[in-house]
Design a protein around this ligand. Structure first.
Ligand code: T1G
Length: 698
């Protein structure tokens, strides 16, 4: 939790030690500052090396301290860096693995920097709704040059140290060495420069660019266009611009003001919430973090359709061999051709190198014979969404798969317990619900059956990280977390049409709120027939759960959406622009007349509240039923899988910000609407309880 101090000959070595990533928390900052002072006071010490224990040099400021007095307690990060930079003896940063955020800023305050090859270097503060607040916007442009520094600060993306070391004229790294040589190289450098004066300080350099003003104006235009709901990126540009127009101290002042202002923004709070939500989601309350994992070296995918192909690509991308199985050769050929086409378009767009494409395709094999997949460590079924078909497939899998293989279903709504019971090994069965397009969407719902073994869960959660998915555990219910909530959202969208809204009005309100796509444009994209099939099932299962019939009327006309050239909107051939449709307007007029409804004007505020609070109320039920482990998991599902605006942190976080008392109060109004669903708008007991106690979900 601190930093250690030791002497290696006449060099003092300070090792940051605050697992898991040496976040620069108060105790660590205090110990590091004390180490510098100790080195200064020891006449035998000629130089100082700062390095990090464990898996990182430093992952930056300790985000867990944000919002607490510790974050700014002295020595705060700025003061610590000032102590380092002001040290009368040379201080060398020996950076390995990860040097991010405040960790990189601390290194920039050192007089010399050595990095191990492959070290990931970044200033990711912008991803938390911030900007580097400990001198990064002033020192990095001076060390690296204006353009590469601005790109790093505005993108927040990590860059390998050896790539940065190749930038002509850069002063970021004095040396880049093999990881196992890092400390020796740092000690050797210390001996080399021990007596060298004046001590080189990044703050004394100037931020180089042949036409800074023009470049910065271009950057402002680009960044402004891409970050309309995020204040931080443009503030990053302003702060970096100060490095070219102001003195170092004036630039530092400007940076500090911007940092403190951004820290207060709701966007920063939401992005920090999302950061921790994503990491919390990977934890399963009753599955120990050190649960042994089953090795996954070979994967089989049953079904080479849109989902099967997309699922396969995730594993190919991670370097894991896949065997795709189908019932007919032409289905296999089609599936392989689609995967090839996807990769080729990535190569064309420069997103994938040609040799990587070939390497991935070489990992793909196909078969029509179940006997060929028996040795796979994991098999994922992605066949037609009908329980009878699943039964046939899982009985065959049970017969051929080796003992210990994980049997996963990509079902989006069917009962994973029922599927598990088609086999003699229900403990090896789990749901892995990918979202279409499966090779693009980050969300993966990991559906835990009653019998699913803990090591199966731990293995799938670790595998999800390897294939770059955001995995969230769901219990078994119809629709799991995401689709169960979206069903209530869609019901409200239908009622709004009945009561007088047009599809475009509802979509505009939802998209103004920040959804990537409103419910009707999304329906036209995904296919309105999918919802139609679910409603038909619902009418049989729950006859007293009423829906607007407008969507059924639409589907009866064959208006399934983009795939049929018309849906809630009209589409021109080959175009995806949603054009308001007179056919749909007439359909809705007739539909309302048949119901005896006089259309009324509905405000955007009511539209958004009914759509979002429907998610919140259903989410509260999911928490109570134990289907979702925590409210932030539900937020993660909606941020990663349903286009909920990131800067609002997710539906449950948004409800907390609005105030649960206010949410419940609005729900009372909706319950009084005879055309809505009074029963649905009864607040879930958990929501009612929290609201009454002025508490929040988180
Ligand atoms: N502070 C505290 N905890 C952190 C942390 C941090 N900066 N970064 C990660 N963790 C925790 C994380 O919550 C998880 O905890 C564990 O470490 C492993 O994380 C003034 C103000 C460093 C690349 O934004 O990008 O400096 O769940 O699963 O995949 O300018 O974590 O295990 O209990 O992600 O190996 C800027 C954010 C801070 C870096 C490691 N720094 N972290 O990835 O592990 S703001 C960041 C990451 C700042 C200054 C400003 C990654 C990683 P738990 P993990 P990983």
């Amino acid at each position: 939790m601190t930093a250690s101090y030791e002497l290696r000959g006449n060099v003092a070595v300070i090792t940051l030690n605050n697992p898991p990533v040496n976040g620069l928390g108060y105790e660590t900052r205090k110990a590091a500052a004390a180490g510098i002072e100790q080195a200064e006071g020891d006449a035998a010490v000629v130089a100082v090396v700062i390095t990090g224990a464990g898996k990182a040099f430093s992952g930056g400021a300790d985000i867990r301290e944000f919002g607490s007095p510790l974050a700014l307690a002295e020595p705060n990060l700025l003061s610590l860096i000032g102590v380092i930079e002001g040290c009368t003896k040379p201080v060398i940063a020996a950076i390995h693995s990860v040097g991010m955020g405040g960790g990189l800023e601390l290194a920039l305050g050192c007089h010399y920097r050595i990095a191990a090859k492959g070290t990931s270097v970044a200033l990711p503060e912008v991803k938390l709704g911030l900007l580097p607040g400990a001198g990064g916007t002033q020192r990095l442009p001076r060390a690296l040059g204006l353009e590469p520094a601005l790109n790093m600060i505005v993108s927040g993306e990590p860059v390998p140290s050896e790539m940065l070391a190749q930038i002509p004229g850069q002063k970021l790294f004095d040396r880049v060495v093999d990881a196992d040589q890092l400390m020796d190289a740092a000690l050797a450098l210390a001996a080399e420069i021990a007596e060298k004066r004046p001590l080189p300080r990044v703050r004394d350099l100037s931020a180089r660019h042949e036409n800074a003003e023009a470049f910065l104006q271009f950057a402002r235009n680009m960044v402004g266009g891409m970050s309309k709901n995020f204040p931080a990126p443009l503030r990053c540009v302003d702060a970096v611009a100060a490095a070219t127009t102001m003195s170092f101290d004036a630039g530092m002042k400007a940076e500090r003001e911007a940092f403190v202002a951004l820290m207060q923004t709701p966007e920063c709070g939401a992005l920090r919430h999302a950061f921790f939500a994503e990491r919390a989601a990977s934890k399963i309350a009753d599955v120990p973090a050190d649960t042994p994992l089953r090795p996954i070296n070979k994967v089989a995918v049953i079904g080479a359709g849109t989902m099967g192909g997309g699922i396969s690509m995730n594993f190919l991308n991670a370097g894991i061999p896949v065997t795709m199985l189908e019932t007919k050769q032409e289905a296999l050929d089609r599936g392989v051709a689609t995967i090839r086409k996807n990769y080729e378009s990535q190569v064309k767009r420069g997103k994938l190198k040609a040799d990587k494409y070939e390497q991935r395709m070489s990992l793909l094999s196909t078969t029509l014979d179940y006997a060929d997949i028996g040795q796979a460590d994991l098999v994922i079924e992605a066949v037609f969404e009908e329980i009878g078909v699943k039964q046939t497939v899982f009985k065959q899998l049970d017969a051929v798969m080796k003992p210990g293989a994980i049997l996963a279903s990509n079902t989006s709504t069917l009962d994973v317990n029922a599927i598990a019971n088609f086999t003699q090994r229900p403990q090896d069965v789990v749901g892995m619900h990918f979202f279409s397009p499966a090779n693009v969407m980050k969300l993966l719902e990991v559906v835990r059956g009653a019998a699913t073994a803990k090591d199966v869960l731990a293995t799938v959660m670790a595998l999800a990280k390897k294939i770059k998915k955001t995995a969230v555990v769901s219990g078994v219910c119809d629709g799991f977390i995401g689709n169960r909530m979206i069903e209530q959202y869609s019901r409200q969208a239908g009622f709004l049409l009945d009561e007088g809204c047009s599809p475009a009005q509802v979509d505009r309100a939802a998209e103004k709120f920040g959804f990537a796509m409103g419910p009707f444009r999304m329906g036209d994209l995904a296919g309105n027939d999918i919802g139609w099939a679910i409603r038909k099932r619902r009418y049989l299962e729950k006859p007293n759960l009423h829906y607007s019939k407008s969507a059924d009327r639409l589907c009866e006309l064959g208006r399934y959406g983009q795939k049929t050239g018309a849906g809630w909107y009209d589409y021109q051939v080959g175009k995806r622009d949603a054009i308001p449709s007179t056919v749909v307007a007439d359909l809705l007029d007739k539909h309302r007349a048949a119901l005896g409804i006089t259309p009324r004007k509905i405000s955007d505020e009511e539209i958004v509240q009914r759509l979002v609070y429907a998610l919140v109320n259903e989410g509260a039920h999911l928490l109570e039923e134990g289907i979702a482990q925590r409210a932030s998991d539900i937020d993660m599902v909606y941020l990663a899988g349903y286009g909920f605006p990131m800067w609002r942190g997710g539906p449950m976080r948004y409800a907390d910000q609005v105030g649960l008392f206010n949410v419940v109060h609005s729900m009372k109004r909706f319950a009084a609407n005879p055309l809505d669903d009074a029963k649905f708008w009864q607040p879930a007991p958990l929501l009612a309880r929290l609201a009454a106690q002025s508490k929040t979900f988180s």
